[in-house]
Design a protein around this ligand. Structure first.
Ligand SMILES: Cc1cc2nc3c(=O)[nH]c(=O)nc-3n(C[C@H](O)[C@H](O)[C@H](O)COP(=O)(O)O)c2cc1C
Length: 341
């Protein structure tokens, strides 16, 4: 990928394997993206620093790392308890007592440990989602030669990131699969990727990586034409050979009819796009905003349901382009996405 300033020479093709936490992105996927001339990001979210370090050590190609920025939550204990009680019946078949689950609100995803690792073992790019890191973090990473990328979902978020001194922006459109990178989960923006790229490219002078709903070569060409320096894809890699997505997730993507994605907070307390299922239908209307407490509340349920092959209670993250998520080697997907350049 090369930026408009010519300073990005991380890969041959302007196609990026987006970070996908929760198991889908593993080193083999990042290596496969690189083998086709693209550039991949490891997903640092949810991992211990040790687990992230092991993934980094497994790679012999250049790669980036993505981290979740911990943020404040306004979820009250009373709202948490109400939702936990609402979910109680969901857990019963698996022997889970969700109504009595403790509220885990202070999990910072081992933020400092992972930053220390990235300062100790610098990588070319570190991207952040769920908010902006402090300017001290941006400076410290820059001092070790790392370019810092911020995920933004509105022009306002992009402008805040520019003020912070980041080196590039990931313009994540509302079509994107998985958690929205919104800096304001209680009032997320819903800007389509083409519109967002246009706005951010016109309103800032930083390189822009477009993300959200991309599944075809013509979209990659179009987004580069609108001013993106590179295009990131996630969902379209989920069913590939090197993806670590669960079998229940891969099968659900294959089985879903058209236009099945919705944005939901029911699983984690933070808006995310996934395939509509029974859990979302039963709980979306009453689900509170409150990451990470809601994520921790539903995690055992989602793990048990996935192990039991029950897609109805699993977070089936997917962007709007899921029907074109292909099987086979990930390298072939990257090659095809770049075929109109
Ligand atoms: C299963 C899944 C997990 C994701 N996890 C992360 C993550 O850990 N960090 C992040 O910044 N974005 C994450 N995302 C969003 C992607 O990085 C990217 O923005 C998105 O996949 C692009 O849209 P697409 O899925 O339609 O290609 C995830 C997306 C999916 C589908």
């Amino acid at each position: 990928m090369t930026s408009s300033t010519g300073s990005w020479t991380a890969s041959e093709l302007p196609v990026i394997g987006a970070p996908m936490a929760g198991g889908a992105t593993r080193p083999a996927l990042v290596a496969a993206v690189a083998s086709a001339g693209g550039f991949g990001f490891l997903a640092g979210g949810y991992k211990t620093p040790e687990a992230l370090e092991a993934e980094m050590a497994a790679l012999t190609v250049p790669f980036g790392v993505n981290l979740f920025v911990p943020g404040p939550s306004t979820l009250t204990e009373a709202e948490f308890r109400r939702y936990a009680e609402e979910l109680a019946d969901e857990g019963t078949p698996y022997g889970l007592e969700l109504a009595g689950a403790p509220m885990v609100a202070d999990d910072d995803d081992r933020w400092q440990g992972k930053l220390d690792l990235l300062l100790d073992r610098p990588v070319p790019f570190v991207s952040f989602t769920f908010g902006l890191p402090g300017s001290d973090v941006v400076r410290a990473l820059a001092d070790v030669g790392t370019q810092v990328l911020a995920t933004v979902t509105t022009l306002g978020e992009a402008q805040a990131a520019v003020e912070l001194g980041v080196h590039g922006l990931i313009a994540q459109g509302t079509e994107a699969g998985g958690h929205s990178g919104t800096h304001a989960p209680e009032r997320p923006g819903a800007v389509p990727v083409v519109e967002l790229v246009r706005q951010v490219a016109a309103g800032t002078s930083l390189p822009v990586i477009a993300a959200g709903g991309v599944s075809e070569a013509s979209q990659v060409r179009e987004l580069l034409g609108f001013g993106a320096s590179a295009v990131a894809v996630g969902t379209v890699l989920l069913r590939t050979d090197e993806s670590g997505a669960s079998a229940v997730h891969k099968d659900a993507l294959a089985a879903a009819g058209p236009d099945q994605t919705v944005i939901t907070r029911a699983f984690t307390g933070r808006p995310a796009r996934g395939l509509r299922n029974g859990f979302i239908e039963r709980h979306e209307a009453s689900a509170p905003i409150g990451y990470p407490a809601i994520h921790h509340l539903t995690r055992p349920l989602r793990a048990a349901a996935a192990a039991a092959g029950q897609p109805d209670q699993v977070h089936l993250w997917a962007g709007t382009g899921y029907s074109r998520a292909r099987t086979g080697p990930a390298a072939a997907v990257i090659t095809e996405l770049a075929s109109e350049l």
